[in-house]
Write a protein that binds this ligand. Structure first.
Ligand SMILES: *Cc1c(COP(=O)(O)O)cnc(C)c1O
Length: 477
């Protein structure tokens, strides 16, 4: 690449959220350690061209994968029988957990899985892709899965029961022991989605924090997903899916000799896959080791504690649930609205993530706190206080009751492309950049408030139409 292309890349990247610095409290995870970041990047670059399609052709990739599964096995109290694989991310790990559970039960004609209402959307994607019917069980008032209700939801068609450690939206750990026991009693698999907490909770326990049992130490837990590219602080594109035994993993493999080329043999969804993310994760895990992660966990939990204490000093804000790990959900009282607070935070250089109202609970603000955030906690809290005062001065965003009624009356399935063009323009989601292209709004509060009054199916349809309009080719002139 010539320097010219690299500088163009750098210029393009200026519009993106910063991935380092600890001020982006969703999407990215920063250890705050420059050498960790550098080692990860160097390893990705060194392996960018290698191919995980065939482990006999690139034996180093197999060795690194087995090392990572072994490291995770010790972290997750796995028995000697444990087997696993590195995947491209949490969604792929979840998809494979569901696919494997489904295919292990060819006797079940119309398979189902029992999910707490707080399970990650990746399970809904798996339901959609693999035609496994989700049976959604409401959570308790503490936002944890209701183990009794989940047990009652298991039937002869259930192929999988799911728990989160912790849930993304509220940051609390489900009662895994009870849920896994109920699944085991019915001979059903139990997957623990520890995509975001799996690399934090074990170190938190070692540091003396109160962590309920959720790993393979719990009888009945058959598989666990853990993302390396979240609190493993590895470059993006790496997660782990572990099964209690090779037997349980078996249906995850796919082989096809039904064509004239090489026999396709895959352990995950991808076939040709870059060795980069795997090497990046391996390098970061080697560099940090258990000691490094323990220190980072000490830092990130200190940041969480200080943020929770600071929020208690801001009367308009409250935490939705006491965080069990590194995720915080914030609620606003009636004096301000979370979407405006998010916008105000963005204008002072902090990205916090809006979460829409759901199942009768009002909209909230999500924080995924990183170890790197610790150094900036005082600034974060000062910015948050100022954002709340500004949002109170502006007043909560409101949606015209006529517009609410209009949106509520719409059936997304009956809308045409032209209808969506009109809706997107009216909502302010897409504007004209004056150059024949689309412009994104600077402030999102009004758009979010509008999406928030839409039913989930309408929200999905609007956002799909939105992305469809964004994803159009840039043709050379
Ligand atoms: C992030 C996350 C996922 C999905 O992971 P991706 O890496 O974004 O595909 C699944 N479950 C939980 C609990 C998560 O936090």
């Amino acid at each position: 690449m010539t320097p010219d292309v690299l500088s163009r890349l750098a210029a393009l990247q200026e519009a993106d959220l910063p991935v380092l610095g600890g001020r982006t409290l969703a999407y990215v995870y920063d250890s705050g350690l420059a050498e960790v970041d550098e080692i990860g990047r160097a390893a990705v670059a060194a392996y960018a061209g290698s191919n995980g399609l065939d482990p006999t052709a690139f034996p180093s990739l197999l060795a690194m994968e087995n090392d990572l599964v072994g490291f995770a096995a010790s972290l997750l109290d796995a028995p000697d029988t444990v087997a696993g694989a590195v995947t491209s991310g949490g969604t792929e790990s979840v998809l494979l957990a569901v696919q494997t559970a489904r295919d292990a039960r060819p006797d079940v004609e119309r398979p189902r899985m029992v999910l707490p209402a707080t399970a990650h959307a990746a399970f809904h994607k798996a339901a959609h892709y693999f035609r496994v019917e989700p049976v959604i069980v409401p959570v308790g008032s503490d936002f944890r899965a209701d183990a009794g209700a989940m047990a009652a939801a298991i039937d002869d068609r259930t192929v999988l029961v799911v728990a989160s450690a912790p849930s993304y939206a509220h940051g609390v750990v489900d009662p895994v022991a009870e849920i896994a026991a109920a699944a085991a009693a019915r001979g059903v698999r139990c997957h623990v989605d520890a995509c975001i907490g799996g690399w934090v909770l074990p170190y938190a326990a070692r540091l003396g924090r109160d962590v309920p049992a959720w790993t393979f130490s719990v009888e009945g837990v058959t598989s666990i997903s853990v993302d390396l590219h979240k609190y493993g602080y590895a470059p993006k594109g790496a997660s782990l899916l572990l099964h209690r035994s090779p037997d349980l993993r078996r249906p995850q493999y796919f082989a096809s000799a039904a064509w004239p080329g090489y026999t396709m043999l895959n352990s995950t969804m991808q076939s040709t896959k870059s060795g980069g993310p795997l090497a990046g994760a391996w390098a970061v895990v080697q560099q940090l080791g258990h000691e490094g992660y323990e220190r980072l966990t000490l830092d990130v939990l200190a940041a969480v504690d200080r943020i929770v204490a600071g929020i208690a000093e801001i009367p308009a804000l409250s935490v939705v649930a006491a965080p069990d790990s590194t995720l915080i959900a914030l609620a606003c009282d009636r004096s301000c609205d979370p979407f405006t607070v998010c916008d105000e935070m963005a204008s002072s250089g902090w990205f916090v993530q809006p979460q829409m109202s759901f199942a009768g609970h009002p909209a909230t603000i999500h924080l995924s706190v990183s170890a790197a955030t610790l150094a900036g906690v005082d600034d974060f809290l000062a910015s948050l206080g100022a954002a709340v005062r500004q949002a109170q001065a502006t007043g909560p965003v409101t949606v015209d009751p006529g517009v609410v009624a209009f949106i509520e009356a719409l059936d997304p399935a009956a809308l045409t492309d032209t209808d969506f063009d009109g809706l997107l323009a009216a909502s302010g989601l897409v504007g004209d950049d004056g150059d024949g292209g689309l412009a994104l709004p600077d402030r999102m509060a009004d758009v979010n408030a509008l999406l928030d009054v839409a039913a989930p199916a309408m929200r999905e349809a609007l956002l799909i139409a939105f992305l469809d309009r964004l994803q159009r080719p840039t043709r050379p002139s």
